[in-house]
Design a protein around this ligand. Structure first.
Ligand SMILES: *[C@@H]1O[C@H](CO)[C@@H](O)[C@H](O)[C@H]1NC(C)=O
Ligand SMILES: *[C@@H]1O[C@H](CO)[C@@H](O)[C@H](O)[C@H]1NC(C)=O
Ligand SMILES: *[C@@H]1O[C@H](CO)[C@@H](O)[C@H](O)[C@H]1NC(C)=O
Ligand SMILES: *[C@@H]1O[C@H](CO)[C@@H](O)[C@H](O)[C@H]1NC(C)=O
Ligand SMILES: *[C@@H]1O[C@H](CO)[C@@H](O)[C@H](O)[C@H]1NC(C)=O
Length: 367
């Protein structure tokens, strides 16, 4: 095993030696893949023999234009074009390492870069690295939408020139996948039959947007955007959509026996709402609230919370149910003793008005 490994190491070492000889003592990785829109680094090493002196280092781009050069013995003097930086230059015993950073990898940056080392008295030595770009699909995060509201799902692939086709697919909760829409260059976006009239797709190969005009509960599921690219193949990303139906809770009560009332609070929503009572645990209630769930055909759930209490509690306390839902910023409160709450204010307001009117009359008579 050990012998095998050392044989391989020897082979690797010999290959490296040969490679460096062939490349004239300059070491540079032949290929480099960079992520589009991000910075990337290029590095070259040179080893020299005793008596050799490094006079100048130059970096050339794919059009053989000088993008950066410096003289290692004159430290601070680096000449460069915009967007290129010298990140590292280390001079060792008869060796020099040069690393440059290009600020943003764009499709125009693809090609072969060269590093040139002017060595005295031997002459120029070069290394070459060929850059290719790759990119990732950028998809928005999972989304929630309130039923009836519009929403847009968007997805981006920065190397849009390589995209031949964009495809949107939907995977429902049951696991079946269907194509929703597609777009091919110079053609009109195609919307599949079940989605026609409700969904639109913008004609773009780079930044694709699938718009749902009025979200419905059946729009819930996971959406995948697929970019069919050449030569990178299919690139895709998925985000899931939840459709909420907000509750509009109601509360009422009936008298079940002489001084006992049963109060109900109900809310239809998606997903199910949480209901509680402010009087739960009160000594005038007949035990805890009982909650029932009913699945309705349209994907919503009706939640009913029932609580029995002594009728006089309605006179003593403001009894209300609290309804909480993920789609609501704060809870909704529905009070049971409606008459006490809503009619007291108008009555007292009219009383005040009446008193004022009488005062005015008296005042007018006196004056
Ligand atoms: C150059 O040498 C340095 C250390 O001397 C090493 O870390 C680096 O990987 C080398 N780079 C190349 C391209 O060979
Ligand atoms: C750049 O220089 C290299 C080596 O000198 C040469 O092979 C290549 O054709 C040149 N490329 C351009 C675009 O001039
Ligand atoms: C998005 O939703 C799916 C399904 O509900 C889940 O598996 C995934 O982890 C979610 N992703 C994020 C980033 O929350
Ligand atoms: C309260 O809800 C329960 C269960 O859904 C039902 O049986 C009862 O009739 C309802 N009572 C009132 C007062 O609505
Ligand atoms: C219920 O609690 C109140 C105080 O919170 C107390 O004054 C009252 O006596 C209690 N009633 C019963 C029946 O225990």
């Amino acid at each position: 095993m050990c012998g095998y490994i050392s044989a391989i190491s020897l082979q690797v070492w010999l290959t490296l030696m040969l490679l460096s000889r062939l490349q004239g003592k300059v070491l540079a990785p032949p290929h480099l893949q960079a992520m589009a829109e991000l910075p990337f680094m290029l590095a070259c090493n040179i080893t020299m023999e005793t008596g050799e002196v490094l006079k100048q280092v130059l970096w050339l781009d794919m059009a053989n234009k000088t993008i950066l050069h410096y003289q290692p013995d004159k430290n601070d003097h680096v000449t460069k074009v915009d967007g290129v930086e010298l990140s590292q230059q280390t001079t060792g015993q008869q060796a020099h390492t040069s690393v440059i950073t290009i600020r943003r990898a764009a499709p125009a940056n693809e090609g072969c870069y060269q590093c040139l080392f002017d060595v005295y008295p031997t002459g120029q030595q070069r290394g070459r690295t060929c850059l290719s770009l790759t990119a990732m699909v950028e998809m928005m995060d999972n989304k929630t939408v309130v039923s009836g509201k519009p929403l847009t799902l968007s997805c981006k692939y920065v190397l849009s020139k390589r995209v031949r086709q964009v495809l949107w697919k939907k995977t429902a909760e049951q696991g079946d996948t269907a194509t929703v829409a597609s777009y091919v260059k110079n053609d009109r976006p195609i919307i599949e039959t079940p989605f026609k009239g409700r969904i639109t797709l913008n004609p773009s190969l780079g930044q694709t947007k699938l718009s749902i005009h009025q979200a419905q509960t059946e729009d819930e599921g996971c959406y995948t955007c697929e970019f069919h690219t050449y030569p990178d193949g299919i690139k895709s990303e998925t985000a899931c959509l939840s459709v909420y139906v907000l509750p509009k809770p109601e509360a009422s009560y009936v008298t079940v026996s002489e001084d006992i009332v049963e109060a109900n609070c109900s809310a239809v929503s998606r997903p199910a709402a949480e209901i509680s009572w402010n009087v739960e645990g009160h000594n005038q209630t007949m035990g805890p609230a009982v909650t029932s769930f009913y699945q309705l055909g349209d994907g919503t759930t009706m939640v009913v919370s029932s609580i029995q209490m002594q009728a006089e509690l309605l006179d003593d306390e403001l009894v209300k149910c609290e309804v909480r839902h993920q789609g609501l910023e704060s809870a909704i409160y529905v009070s049971l003793n409606k008459y006490r709450n809503f009619h007291v204010i108008p009555i007292s307001a009219s009383c005040v008005a009446l008193v004022l009117l009488i005062c005015l009359c008296i005042c007018l008579k006196r004056c």
